[in-house]
Design a protein around this ligand. Structure first.
Ligand SMILES: [Fe+2]
Length: 407
């Protein structure tokens, strides 16, 4: 039987995401990190080597349990079976913290491969509050809710994200993860001030911070191919989609999307979605949202969904997909577009934390005024344990300096 203490508290220092290949390295030097964070969905099966490895690590380090599949923001009811599995993982590993995203990834029985944003209004607030109540009831404890990274804003929003999150906290008593990289990415993509965002954030409710690296969309992609807008009327990606292969997605007809390089196919029409790369929400036809490329909304069809406010390109919307613009569909054909705004940032979790994100982190910690468990989120192109531990050590240093007033 495992010897780990019940619900060992996650210490207020830096930790890393648990990757199975790092097991032995972690066991050899567990003191290099304060905790490990696990993705709940990776441990929902009953048995197997992953559980064996995690149990050994869990004997030495506290665990933070992070769910990515509950779809807290979904329109329909929570998936009770998924929630039961989450509660079972929590029972088994007794994590010090349990968290989920303010996002949705399911709609009408379809599962998307990514976390999609939602509009902020009274209806979505009531839904999210009810879902968090249900999760906390099932877990028998408060959860932390993570701020999203955003690539588009919704016309259907009647309050800003901060106000929405404040109301969720007030209504549910949940805590928060402040993902500093998400703030930086969203601020850059949507054109708001990251500093003002964190200053307004309900920092007293923050129980964990996330730090991650981000990518600039279009890196390494072929130049000059990022234009064109799908019209959603059935053209293949090659014809209508345009966009950068490798990052882009393209709307397709009823058959749904196709995988395009690293990008994602874009589900369209009634058949719903094919998972696409790092795609983001594009409400589309009857299925509601559908991932497009890397994060660009493309309102489409009668179900509408999100109208693009940012980087809107003329009446038809349209715009380069590869560089991250929405191509509204429906009656208005996507227009071949010129680029608007700066490059789109993507929360890729595939590299070191960027310098301005470290600076924002120091600002956040100084504002909070207490040390906070901080996760280095590095989920793609994962380096060795020593590299992750070095990033964690840098977070510990930065936190200490910020609290000492040296940052
Ligand atoms: Fe995060």
């Amino acid at each position: 039987m495992s010897a780990f203490a019940r619900q060992a508290a996650v210490p207020a220092r830096a930790g890393i995401g648990f990757k199975l290949p790092h097991t032995e390295a972690i066991l050899a030097a567990p003191e290099r990190v304060g905790f490990v964070e696990i993705h709940a969905e990776n441990f929902m099966s009953a048995g197997g080597p992953p559980h064996h490895m995690l149990a050994r690590v869990r004997d030495l380090l506290p665990v933070s349990l992070h769910g990515v599949g509950l779809s807290i923001g979904a329109e329909g009811p929570l998936d009770r079976a998924h929630l039961a599995r989450l509660a079972e993982v929590a029972r088994r590993y007794e994590p010090g913290l349990v968290s989920e995203h303010l996002a949705w990834s399911t709609h009408a029985g379809a599962y998307f491969n990514d976390l999609l944003p939602l509009p902020y209004n009274a209806a979505t607030l009531a839904r999210v509050v009810a879902h968090i109540d249900e999760v906390q009831e099932a877990l028998g404890r408060p959860m932390l809710l993570e701020n999203p990274s955003s690539y588009l804003a919704f016309d259907a929003s009647t309050m800003d994200e901060i106000e929405f999150i404040r109301r969720v906290v007030a209504a549910t008593g949940c805590g928060l993860i402040l993902d500093v990289n998400n703030v930086f990415v969203s601020a850059s993509n949507l054109g708001f001030s990251a500093g003002e965002y964190v200053a307004a954030f309900p920092l007293e409710a923050v129980g964990e911070i996330h730090l991650a690296g981000h990518a600039v969309d279009g890196e390494g992609a072929p130049a000059g191919s990022g234009h064109g807008g799908p019209d959603g009327l059935g053209r293949g990606a090659g014809e209508a989609g345009g966009g950068r292969v490798g990052r882009g997605g393209a709307a397709d007809g009823e058959a749904g999307g196709e995988r395009i390089g690293q990008g994602y196919g874009v589900p369209n029409g009634e058949t719903g979605s094919v998972p696409g790369g790092r795609g983001y929400g594009a409400p589309n036809g009857e299925m509601g949202s559908a991932p497009i490329g890397r994060g660009y909304g493309a309102p489409n069809g009668e179900a509408g969904g999100a109208a693009f406010r940012q980087r809107h390109n003329g009446e038809a919307g349209g715009g380069p997909i590869g560089q991250g613009y929405g191509a509204p569909n429906g009656d208005l054909h996507g227009a071949s577009g010129e680029r608007h705004g700066g490059p789109l940032l993507i929360d890729a979790h595939d590299r070191e934390v960027a310098p301005p994100v470290w600076a924002l982190y120091a600002d956040v910690v100084a504002r909070i005024g207490r040390p906070v468990p901080t996760l280095i989120e590095w989920d793609n192109a994962v380096p060795d344990f020593a590299t992750l531990a070095a990033e964690a050590a840098r977070a510990d240093r930065t936190m200490g300096e910020a609290l000492a007033g040296d940052a």
